[in-house]
Design a protein around this ligand. Structure first.
Ligand SMILES: Nc1ncnc2c1ncn2[C@@H]1O[C@H](COP(=O)(O)OP(=O)(O)O)[C@@H](O)[C@H]1O
Ligand SMILES: [Mg+2]
Length: 443
């Protein structure tokens, strides 16, 4: 500032001296000097103002005098503010990226019900474009009446569940179900959170069906049992009749026991970790046990019996839980026996596939299964012919158990069948669980 006053005085003085020397007039010269200073000063002020008006970034780095310092200070303040803005912008982008990464949909709605922002998840669920459809009224894009009413109600204590407006391409079966809940914030603004609950609802449906099925399966023998008890209580029966009734009752209670056992087996299989890879069992032993059981069962249910053949192409050992493996093998074999009429042929085989996996297969000449039933055979309680399954003591859980065991051992259950010709059920075990049996030293 002193410099500024000094400059002003210097200009005035120079004017005065110059004018005095030339015209002999002091004051006019001083005035003229002052005026020139003022004009120069105004020009610099104007230049700075122009720069500020049009392009702040072009502020001169370092000028002299007041205007130069002013420019420099403004530049510093602006630079500081730019940095702050950039930082908060970065933070905002990080927040948005985090919300984008959320598996749940997030939509911000303004006071008028227009979309202010939404993440990709929500855009996908609603079938809208996260950029193009901004500022659109949400109720125009998601037209489900239940949702529209919910949005307009301003009562958001509960969520609303709707079918997603946009189903994934090539999607079949269950529609995608969305749970949507609005959370008001900052006055009249609203945040809509959406959640895909398709799997949750499916699991819930499965659980309900399962409970209903189990109850039904248990009630049937229970009803029969109750009937017999009543008969025994109310009718005078001779010893033979009593014995017959008691036999029938024993049959029913045995059926319930089988069912409960199968249920327990299933729940054990589901709850436990996969069996270790260290316990090896010879296939020979498993097959021998199967054969013994099979011949007994065949005799028991058919006077004619079945023609069995057992073959073992490779002398292998398999690793896993022996009880489970035995159960899976016996299950397939007992199905073949139970569904194949007497006199039919049943071939059981163990072999190594070309890729080194092991295959236990049971082929029968029974009634076969129509193609549309095959994918569903491993569902719990699914039977092609309910009464035939019951007659032979089936629970409808056998193949579900086999499939579980196969999966737990890293293998799979393969089913091939032709109606009228017969079926082939194969348990395929992965390479890691199959090895050549150790050669025993001969005596
Ligand atoms: N070898 C087979 N031949 C024909 N149908 C079969 C055979 N094995 C299984 N099935 C069909 O698959 C259904 C499911 O089998 P499973 O789960 O073992 O239950 P189940 O207790 O009825 O035997 C059976 O009810 C039957 O309809
Ligand atoms: Mg079965």
């Amino acid at each position: 500032m002193p410099f500024r006053v000094a400059a002003f005085l210097a200009f005035s003085l120079a004017g005065a001296v110059l004018a005095y020397a030339t015209f002999g007039r002091v004051w006019a010269g001083a005035w003229a000097g002052a005026a020139i200073w003022l004009v120069l000063d105004a020009v610099r002020a104007k230049r700075l103002l122009d720069v500020m008006r049009h392009d702040v970034a072009a502020l001169p780095t370092r000028g002299h005098g007041v205007w130069g310092e002013l420019a420099e200070r403004i530049r510093k303040v602006l630079r500081e503010r730019d940095k702050q803005i950039r930082q908060s912008d970065d933070r905002l982008q990080e927040f948005l990226a985090a919300i984008q990464a959320s598996p749940n949909g997030v939509v911000l709605i303004d006071e008028q019900g227009r979309i202010e922002w939404c993440n990709q998840t929500a855009a996908g669920q609603f079938g809208i474009d996260a950029k193009r459809d901004l500022q659109q009224h949400l109720a125009n894009l998601v037209r489900d009446p239940a949702f529209v009413a919910y949005l307009a109600s301003w009562n958001y204590s509960r969520d609303v569940v709707i079918d997603a407006p946009s189903q994934p391409a090539g999607h079949r079966g269950h529609p995608v179900r969305l749970s949507m809940q609005v959370h008001p914030y900052a006055g009249n603004r609203r945040m809509l959170l959406t959640r895909d609950i398709t799997a949750l609802e499916q699991a819930e449906t499965m659980r309900r069906d399962f409970v209903a099925n189990v109850s039904h399966e248990i009630r049937t023998p229970l009803t029969v049992l109750a009937g017999f008890v009543e008969t025994l209580q109310s009718l005078p029966l001779d010893a033979d009749e009593r014995a017959r009734y008691l036999r029938l009752m024993a049959q029913q209670s045995h059926r319930m026991e089988t069912l409960v056992n199968d249920l327990l087996t299933l729940s054990r299989l589901e709850g436990n970790a996969a069996p270790p890879n260290s316990h090896w069992t010879p296939v020979r032993a498993l097959l021998a046990h199967c054969e013994e059981e099979a011949r007994a069962l065949s005799k028991q249910i058919s006077s004619q019996g079945h023609k069995f053949s057992f073959s073992q192409e490779a002398d292998s050992e398999i690793s896993g839980a022996p009880v489970e493996l035995q159960s899976a093998m016996s299950n397939l074999l007992s199905n073949a026996i139970r569904y194949t009429p007497g006199g039919g042929e049943i071939a059981v085989s163990w072999r190594l596939l070309p890729d080194g996996r092991g295959e236990y297969a049971v082929r029968d000449t029974g009634p076969g299964v129509a193609a549309e039933h095959i994918p569903r055979l491993t569902e719990r309680f699914y039977r092609v012919d309910r009464s035939r399954s019951r007659e032979t003591g089936g629970t409808g859980l056998g193949l579900a158990i086999v499939k579980h065991i196969a999966q737990r051992h890293g293998g799979e259950l393969r089913i091939e069948s032709t109606v009228g010709k017969g079926s082939r059920f194969a348990l395929v075990l992965p390479v890691a669980r199959v090895r050549q049996a150790a050669v025993k030293a001969r005596a």
